[in-house]
Design a binder for this molecule. Structure first.
Ligand SMILES: *Cc1c(COP(=O)(O)O)cnc(C)c1O
Length: 362
C-alpha cells in the first residue's frame, strides 16, 4: 500500500493503555471517567478503543460527532452547552448534556416531551474560570426552575476550569461544588447523583489524593491522548505521550541564509517576522503547513532539528546540526501538543493511519 503524507500515526494500543492507567487511578478515588473524543473528531477507531478499555461514557462537544457514534453501545454526553438550533438532536442523540441557561433547558424540556423522553442534564457552575456555568449566587434559583420541568432530570452538577481562565482546580473551587450539591439535596429533598469535577486538569488532585471524595466524575480528553494532566503538564505515571506521531516528507533541501533578502513586509498571516542571523544553514522544507498543524505545537523527534516556521503548506526546518544526512523524500516525525493534534485530526489533508488496532480488550 502506498504511504501518503502528511499523515498521523495513531497507536491504538497506547491509547488503550493510557485509558486503563487513568481509569485505575480514578477508580481508586471512586471516580468514573467520561472519555472525551472531541480532540480527535470522534474518529471511530479511537472511540472503539475507548470502549475496549472499558469506558462506558463518551463525551464530545459537537452533536455531529455524537450522532456519528449513535450505534455504539455507550452513554453519550454533550459537552458544549447546546445551541437552540440543535435542541431536538441533543435530546435524540445525547443521553446527558451540560447546561447553563434556563431558557435552553426549557427548550430541551419541550423537545423531550415531544419525543417522549426524559433528558438528563448536568448543571454547569462557574467556580471562577469564566467560561460556561451559572454563577454560584444563581444556582439555587436555577435548580428550583429545573425541578419544575417534568421531562428534565437534574442528573448532576459540574464545573469546567483551566479552559478559558486557566484557573487550576483545587479544594476551594471544587469544594464549592460539593457544598452546592449538599445544599440542593437538603433544600429540595432530592439526590444529585453526579458531581462532574472537571477535565484533565483535575487529575493531579486524583494522583495526589486531594480531590474531594464527593467528586465522582471527570471528563478526560487530553490526558488519554497525550498522557499528561493539564494543570502542571506533568506526565501521568506509566502513560505514553507519543500515541500520536505526525509525519511529513521533505520536498526541498538547500543551504540558504537565515535572513531573507529584500525589504521585509508582513508574512502570509499578516505578521512582521523577526529573524536571527545564524549564517548559512541547511534548510529542509516539509510538505505540511498551518492547514494541518500548529507550528508551536510540534516537537521533532530528532532533537537536533529546529523549526524556523511555517506557512499554509510548507514547514521550514533547520537540519544543519542533524547527525543524519537527509535527502529529498525523507520523512520527519513529530510529537504533538493538544492544539496541534486537534488541527491535524480535523485537517482532511492529513492521512490517519491506525496501528495495533487488535490491541487487547480490557
Ligand atoms: C474539552 C472539554 C473537556 C475535556 O478536556 P481535556 O482537557 O481534554 O481533558 C471536559 N469538559 C468540557 C466541558 C470540555 O469542553
Amino acid at each position: 500500500m502506498r504511504q501518503e503524507y502528511p499523515c498521523i500515526d495513531i497507536d491504538i494500543a497506547k491509547i488503550i493503555h493510557n485509558i486503563c492507567e487513568i481509569k485505575a487511578i480514578c477508580h481508586n478515588e471512586h471516580i468514573d471517567i467520561g472519555a472525551v473524543s472531541k480532540g480527535v473528531c470522534a474518529q471511530k477507531p479511537i472511540v472503539e478503543a475507548f470502549l475496549k478499555a472499558g469506558i462506558t461514557q463518551i463525551a464530545d462537544s459537537r452533536m455531529k460527532n455524537l450522532k456519528k457514534l449513535q450505534d455504539l453501545n455507550c452513554t453519550k454526553l454533550l459537552l458544549r452547552v447546546p445551541m437552540l438550533s440543535e435542541i431536538d438532536d441533543v435530546v435524540q442523540y445525547s443521553d446527558i448534556s451540560l447546561n447553563s441557561e434556563i431558557s435552553t433547558i426549557s427548550k430541551l424540556a419541550e423537545a423531550a416531551a415531544r419525543l417522549n423522553k426524559i433528558h438528563n442534564i448536568i448543571l454547569m457552575v462557574d467556580v471562577g474560570d469564566l467560561r460556561e456555568g451559572v454563577l454560584i449566587k444563581d444556582v439555587m434559583d436555577t435548580v428550583e426552575k429545573i425541578l419544575q420541568m417534568k421531562h428534565i432530570h437534574l442528573f448532576g452538577l459540574g464545573t469546567n476550569v483551566t479552559c478559558y481562565g486557566a484557573v487550576i482546580p483545587d479544594k476551594h473551587n471544587l469544594g464549592m461544588l460539593v457544598k452546592l450539591k449538599k445544599d440542593i439535596e437538603e433544600k429540595f429533598s432530592i439526590t444529585v447523583p453526579i458531581i462532574s469535577g472537571g477535565n484533565s486538569s483535575s487529575l493531579y488532585m486524583v494522583i495526589n489524593h486531594t480531590i474531594p471524595r464527593e467528586i465522582n466524575q471527570l471528563r478526560i480528553g487530553e490526558a488519554i491522548m497525550l498522557g499528561r494532566e493539564t494543570s502542571y503538564g506533568q506526565l501521568i505515571p506509566n502513560c505514553y505521550k507519543d500515541a500520536f506521531i505526525i509525519k511529513g516528507q521533505i520536498v526541498e533541501l538547500k543551504d540558504k541564509p537565515t535572513i531573507p533578502i529584500g525589504n521585509i513586509g508582513v508574512d502570509a498571516f499578516g505578521r512582521k517576522p523577526h529573524y536571527e542571523d545564524k549564517g548559512i544553514r541547511k534548510r529542509a522544507i516539509v510538505a505540511i503547513g498551518r492547514q494541518d498543524i500548529k507550528v508551536d505545537g510540534l516537537t521533532p523527534l530528532d532533537e537536533d532539528i529546529n523549526i524556523f516556521g511555517a506557512s499554509s503548506d510548507h514547514l521550514i526546518l533547520d537540519v544543519t546540526d542533524c547527525k543524519k544526512k537527509f535527502t529529498i523524500g525523507d520523512v520527519i516525525e513529530f510529537n504533538v501538543d493538544y492544539g496541534c493534534l486537534l488541527i491535524a485530526m480535523t485537517s482532511p489533508y492529513v492521512k490517519k493511519y491506525y496501528k495495533n488496532e487488535q490491541a487487547y480488550s480490557a
